[in-house]
Ligand binder design. Structure first.
Ligand SMILES: *Cc1c(COP(=O)(O)O)cnc(C)c1O
Length: 374
C-alpha cells in the first residue's frame, strides 16, 4: 500500500533537470571526476532517488556519511562506487566489505581492524586514507602521516584507492586557511613519492573548494550542497551557475481576519496593528520548517511575498497577507519560486540564524517528495 503521507498537499518538489544542470556546471568547472555527496538523505532531497538520478547522469562516485546510508543505497541497487566519509567503528568493518563500500581509514589502529576483517573474509577492502590538515575532526595529522601512509601502502588486504582531507573554511573565499590546508595535504601526499608507492586519488574540495579554490580540485572533488544549487555560506561567490533543485510547497488551509491588537499563535508574540487578513498553512517545525522562522520567514502566495507571523507551531503556521487576497487551497511556496517571485534557502537561513545546510537536512520524512523532470 502507498504511504498515506504521500498524498499530503504539503510537499517537497525536486527538479531533477536542475540537479543535472548543477552536476554539468560543476563538471565543466572542475574538469576532474565528481563524487556526488548524498549524505543526510541527500541534503533533504531524498537519498535513493537522488543517487539514482546522479548515477543515470554519469556521476563518477557517491559519498555518504555513515555505513547505514551506504547499505541503503546498495539495497536499492545503486552500483556506483560509494565512499563512506565518516569514521568507522572497528566491528563494522566486515559490513563495509560485504556491501562493497569504500572505507575511510583515519588511523593506524583502524587500518589494522580493516585489514583483519578483510583477511577473515578473504576479500580485499577498498580504502581512502583520511589526513587531518586543520579540521581536527577525524584523520591522521598531516605532520605525522608518514608511518600511516607507509603501512597503508604496504597493506596486503587493503586496496588503497584514495587519500583525502577536508577543508574547514573553503566557503569563505578570503580565508587563508584553505591554502594552508592544501599545502599540508600536498606535503603529506608527497610521502607516497618518497617511498616509491603509487599515488592514490587525491581529493580535497567540498562545495566551497569547487567555488573558490581551483588548486584544491586535484584528482576528484566532493561537492554536496552546491550540487543541490545552494551556496554553502553567505560569504560564498556563485562562480558556478547552479539552480536550487528543491522547492517546498503547501496550500492555504484557513483564512480569517484578525482584529487589531489580537495576538497570533503560541506565546502571543505578535499582534497586528490594524485589522488584517491572516491565512494558516498546514506545515510546521514537526516537518522541519524551522521554529526560528517565527515572525521572520516569508512565503509566496499568488506571486506575492508575505511574512510569517507569530510562532511557527509543530504542524501549522500563520501568514499575514494584509489586504492581499488568498483562498483556501491556494498554493503557498515556502521555498522556491512562484510567478517570478522567489524565496531561497539562503534567505531563510539568514532569517532564522541558521545555515542553509540545516534548513535542507531538517526537512524530514513527514513531507512527501515528488520528483519532476521535463
Ligand atoms: C559533507 C562533506 C562534503 C560535502 O560538503 P559540502 O559543503 O556540502 O560541499 C565533502 N567532504 C566531506 C568529508 C564531507 O563530510
Amino acid at each position: 500500500m502507498q504511504d498515506p503521507i504521500d498524498q499530503r498537499p504539503s510537499r517537497i518538489v525536486v527538479d531533477l533537470d536542475r540537479l543535472s544542470h548543477n552536476l554539468r556546471g560543476i563538471r565543466e568547472r572542475v574538469g576532474v571526476p565528481v563524487m556526488g555527496i548524498v549524505k543526510a538523505n541527500a541534503y533533504g532531497h531524498g537519498l535513493v532517488a537522488v543517487a539514482r538520478h546522479l548515477q543515470a547522469q554519469g556521476v563518477d562516485q557517491l559519498g555518504v556519511a555513515f555505513l547505514e546510508e551506504g547499505m541503503k543505497l546498495r539495497q536499492h541497487g545503486i552500483a556506483l562506487p560509494i565512499l563512506v566519509m565518516g569514521g568507522i567503528f572497528g566491528p563494522q568493518a566486515a559490513q563495509f566489505i560485504e556491501h562493497d563500500l569504500e572505507i575511510t581509514v583515519s588511523s593506524l589502529a583502524k587500518l589494522r581492524q580493516v585489514e583483519a576483517a578483510a583477511e577473515a573474509l578473504g576479500r580485499k577492502a577498498v580504502i581512502h586514507l583520511k589526513i587531518d590538515t586543520g579540521m581536527e575532526r577525524i584523520g591522521v595529522h598531516s605532520y605525522s602521516a608518514g608511518p600511516f601512509i607507509e603501512a597503508a601502502a604496504a597493506s596486503r588486504w587493503c586496496v588503497l584507492k584514495g587519500v583525502y582531507s577536508h577543508l574547514a573554511c573553503a566557503d569563505d573565499p578570503d580565508s587563508p586557511m584553505t591554502a594552508q590546508q592544501l599545502e599540508r595535504f600536498l606535503d603529506a601526499c608527497a610521502h607516497f613519492e618518497r617511498i616509491g608507492a603509487p599515488m592514490p586519488l587525491r581529493h580535497l574540495a567540498n562545495s566551497g573548494g569547487v567555488l573558490h579554490f581551483p588548486d584544491t580540485y586535484l584528482d576528484m572533488v566532493r561537492p554536496g550542497i552546491l550540487l543541490y544549487g545552494v551556496l554553502p555560506d553567505p560569504a560564498s561567490r556563485a562562480t558556478v551557475d547552479t539552480r536550487a533543485a528543491l522547492s517546498l510547497r503547501s496550500q492555504v488551509i484557513y483564512f480569517k481576519v484578525v482584529r487589531a491588537g489580537n495576538p497570533v499563535s503560541y506565546g502571543a508574540t505578535w499582534a497586528p496593528q490594524r485589522d488584517t487578513r491572516v491565512v494558516t498553512v498546514p506545515i510546521g517545525y514537526g516537518d522541519g520548517y524551522p521554529r526560528g522562522l517565527s515572525s521572520r520567514g516569508r512565503v509566496l502566495i499568488r506571486g506575492q511575498a508575505y511574512p510569517v507571523v507569530g510562532r511557527v507551531c509543530m504542524d501549522q503556521f500563520m501568514v499575514d497577507i494584509g489586504s492581499g487576497s488568498a483562498w483556501n487551497e491556494d498554493e503557498v511556496v515556502l521555498i522556491g519560486e512562484q510567478d517570478g517571485a522567489a524565496v531561497s534557502v539562503e534567505s531563510l537561513a539568514r532569517a532564522a540564524g541558521m545555515s542553509a545546510y540545516e534548513i535542507l537536512v531538517g526537512l524530514n520524512e513527514r513531507i512527501p517528495r515528488q520528483y519532476v523532470a521535463a
